[in-house]
Write a protein that binds this ligand. Sequence first.
Ligand SMILES: Cc1ncc(COP(=O)(O)O)c(C=O)c1O
Length: 421
Amino acid sequence: MINLKAFKLMDQDDPLKLFRNHFFHQKNEIYLDGNSLGKMPKNIPEILGETINNQWGKQLISSWNKDWLKLPNRLSGKYGKLLNASAEEIVFGESTTVRLYQVLISLIQSGNYLDNLITDNLNFPTDLYVIDGLKTQFPKLKINNIEYHNEIEADIDLLKESIKKKPGIICLSLVTYKSCYYYPMKVLNQYAVKHKSIIVWDISHGVGSVPIDFKESETKIAVGCTYKYMNGGPGSPSFLYIESGLHSLLENPIQGWFGHKNPFDFNPQYKSAEKLDHFKNGTPPILSMQAVESGIDLTLKAGILNIRDKSIKQSEMIIMAIKDHLNSFGYNLQSPKKFLRRGSHIAISHPNAWQICQALQKGGKNIPKIITDFRPPNFIRLGITPLYTRFEDLWWVINQLENIVESESYLRFNQVKPEVT
Ligand SMILES: Cc1ncc(COP(=O)(O)O)c(C=O)c1O
């Protein structure tokens, strides 16, 4: 049995340990959700309270000029720092799904790429649905959904071969939602350009968990959400990055008033705004946008390289425990073995995964509740968010995974799943 004391000592030596104090925690609960929704920074009630009570409640319409119109660009500047982009290359607003649809249509309509759209079986379902839905709108579009015959790793040779044979637009999740596979971003971007193609990266599971440098990796386009490792809250707005060289070549298929050069002239003729501002659509969702800033501030302060460092350390410890203890209890690693090809969660499988997730969540006498998440058919995702995940948390989950199977306590739980897992 591994030693709790040793894990607690690692917490004491953790250079990021104080960041945990900036988040709201429940007593006797360990949050290893992986990562559908990040924790709430402690100052959110105060920030939203000010927005609701003062800005909306009292200042009303004058808040647009005083505070709200500046907010989206301020966020773009801060995300630009994290991702090495200029503020003019990032716009906030909409869900990732809408942004993906918008930018894919823009690329298809630009006429700069052949009518091929490549994706793969590791991509997140919403990306696959959006791509599939484009078939009716663009009947000439040939969609190639590469099947790697496994759910863990992409076959990069096969992916490259597909790009070479059918160049055009490619859509991939930088870090995959199920296994946490992390694509070699720069190699693929360069390969795509060599073959007159472009990759649209969905970085939802990557932003805040792995270092991303848009310039160094020669990334052209990316979309991503802010509610996972960036802790922006439920339904927080997504972002779209388009490299400045492409701004004048891509039109926004949604000609909304916030993308107009002078929206408050109320001119009946549309005249597109400059830089990436023309990818703004309608009124920004101020309430949810206000909650995004704390997460980015904490991430910038901690430093993404320190976050990555701790994430690798913690992930490797779970993997070692799977090999040394958990394999014999029916658990198997379903994430890439090499840390270079992994983001910041570990997926494990077990034939009774859903019942085990419920048993973890139930906790017990002197045992904390442990929140993980389940993904079909039988995956448990253990999310590592170095800003608040303690080494002690890992000790608990490893031991509980073992105890629950050994004692067969999971048999008390229902096999039927609720809507959100
Ligand atoms: C990789 C990825 N892309 C997109 C989404 C969905 O994004 P949204 O709900 O903002 O449309 C998710 C949600 O978990 C995701 O994991």
